[in-house]
Design a protein. Structure first.
Lengths: 185, 329
């Protein structure tokens, strides 16, 4: 019984294979026909809008003097820019030095005014230390030394800060030794 | 006989005079009134103390009360001890003399002990007094002119100031500001964020763990030992600065002098970018690397630039005609 069943299954398999082979052959034939048809058609080319060779020819045959002139213009522009830059830099440098010196002058003038008005306001007020005027004088000397260094390097931030600090120390000293808060007790 | 009577009479007058003088002296001595008063106070209120001369000891305690005890000065004219809201005022006014800040003021001053709540903020000023303060955590602002100032175990915003007297501080934490004109400042165990120390002629000697430090003197000497510095600003006119520190990663040091000397000493493996400048003939010494000081062909200036390690911190120092030295331990 089992042999009969086995033989029947083998026949079914063979039939299926034969059908698949047949279908494949049909499909391949149709595919080949389509390819042959497509190959027979001419390719769709894009048409050129204008004649490029005219432009190329014009570029090759144009006179060389125009290129030289263009270069001259460029060089001229570059030189002008450089000149402007150098003049600008030099002006900036001079201006910066002036600014530094002006700042020192301004700081000194303002400080002198502030110091004088403060001393005037404390005139006749009791002083709490005996040596404060000597200290004030030493701070004046220190300010003079800083200003002298600033003459060589007018934009030196460290020196400018130092000068400002010495001025502040003078003001603080004057206020401290006269200490109006104490007078009120 | 008459002559004998005259002698006796003279002796009696002298004796009476002596007795009267003694009595007057005793009366004067007894003129120092005793004070012993207490007021309820806000635990974090403000206590303001003003007096002229003598001694005062201010102590923080756990009670919500302000207590004052001791002796008032001989020249006391008016004694005030009163509360206004969260503030308490203690004021001792004296009869005017030749200038109350004079060191030669005659007569004995106050001798006071004042207890304040620990959390109080205390303001104190006196021209000629010696003051001691300890155990106050709400902040202090102490000013004296000629007297000395001793402070211990304080917290918060602390300002200790003197004109001619010395300042001594121990165990201070918070924002600490110490300044004097002629007096010396000596402080150790300074903790917290910031310490500022200024003097004109006095010396400053500080040991601190504060990360932000500012120190300044005109003619005095500054000597700091700093455990970990994130930011240091120091300058002198003609004095000397000597800083020993551990510079933190990313830290900044700025030092300047006019004619004075600066010495900056760092930990062994300091990693920083150094930029040292002398503007008018000063000297620069590098004891950290082999980098030489550069001098331009013309002019009195000189400079030194170098880096160590990954140069994450910066050290900028400049002098007009003083000296700068950088070194490691």
């Amino acid at each position: 019984m089992s042999d009969v069943n086995n033989s029947s299954n083998e026949q079914q398999t063979d039939t299926t294979k034969a059908m698949i082979t047949d279908l494949n052959q049909q499909h391949t034939a149709k595919y080949n026909d389509k390819i042959t048809e497509l190959c027979a058609q001419p390719p769709a080319e894009k048409q050129v809008q204008r004649d490029l060779y005219k432009g190329i020819e014009f570029a090759i045959n144009s006179p060389k003097t125009s290129i030289t002139r263009s270069k001259s213009i460029i060089y001229g522009l570059a030189a002008s820019v450089c000149l402007v830059a150098i003049v600008g830099y030099l002006s900036y440098q001079t201006g910066a030095e002036n600014t530094g010196q002006q700042l020192v002058q301004q700081l000194s003038t303002e400080h002198a005014q502030q110091k004088q008005s403060l001393l005037a306001s404390y005139a006749g007020t009791a002083e709490m230390t005996q040596n404060w005027q000597q200290q004030l004088s030493e701070l004046d000397d220190a300010a003079a030394a800083i200003k002298q260094a600033l003459e060589n390097d007018p934009n030196n931030i460290a020196l400018l800060k130092m000068l400002k600090r010495v001025h502040e120390q003078q003001i603080a000293l004057i206020e401290r030794v006269h200490a109006p808060a104490w007078q009120q007790i | 006989m008459k002559m004998f009577d005259k002698q006796i009479a003279t002796r009696c007058v002298v004796l009476v005079g002596l007795l009267m003088s003694t009595a007057m002296l005793c009366t004067t001595a007894q003129a120092r009134d005793t004070v012993d008063k207490v007021l309820d106070a806000d635990p974090s209120g403000f206590v303001e103390i003003k007096h002229v001369s003598g001694e005062a000891k201010i102590v923080g305690w756990d009670k919500a009360q302000v207590k004052i005890e001791g002796l008032l000065g001989e020249r006391t004219e008016k004694f005030t001890f009163e509360r206004d809201g969260k503030s308490i005022l203690i004021e001792i006014e004296v009869k005017n003399s030749k200038g109350w800040w004079s060191k030669n003021d005659s007569g004995k001053g106050d001798d006071l002990k004042i207890y304040v709540p620990k959390g109080s903020r205390v303001g104190y000023n006196a021209p000629n007094a010696q003051v001691r303060i300890e155990g106050v955590y709400g902040g202090t602002d102490i000013e004296v002119v000629n007297g000395s100032l001793r402070a211990k175990d304080l917290r918060g915003r602390i300002r200790l100031s003197s004109v001619n007297g010395d300042i001594r501080g121990t165990d201070l934490a918070g924002e600490v500001a110490l300044d004097s004109v002629n007096g010396d400042i000596k402080a150790n165990q300074i903790e917290g964020e910031e310490i500022v120390a200024n003097t004109v002629n006095g010396e400053i000697e500080v040991t601190s763990t504060a990360s932000e430090v500012k120190a300044e003197t005109v003619n005095g000497d500054i000597e700091f030992m700093l455990e970990r510095v994130e930011e240091l600003n120091t300058n002198t006119v003609n004095g000397s600065i000597n800083m020993r520190m551990n510079l933190a990663e990313g830290g900044k040091v700025r030092a300047s002098s006019v004619g004075g000397s600066i010495s900056l000493e760092f930990q062994e493996n300091v990693q920083a970018r150094f930029n040292i400048e002398s503007h008018a003939g000063g000297s620069i010494k590098n004891r950290i690397t082999e980098q030489k000081v550069k001098k331009p062909k013309y002019g009195p200036s000189s400079s030194l630039d170098f880096t160590t390690g990954n140069a994450n911190a910066t050290v900028d120092a400049s002098t007009v005609n003083g000296s700068i030295e950088v070194s490691t331990r």
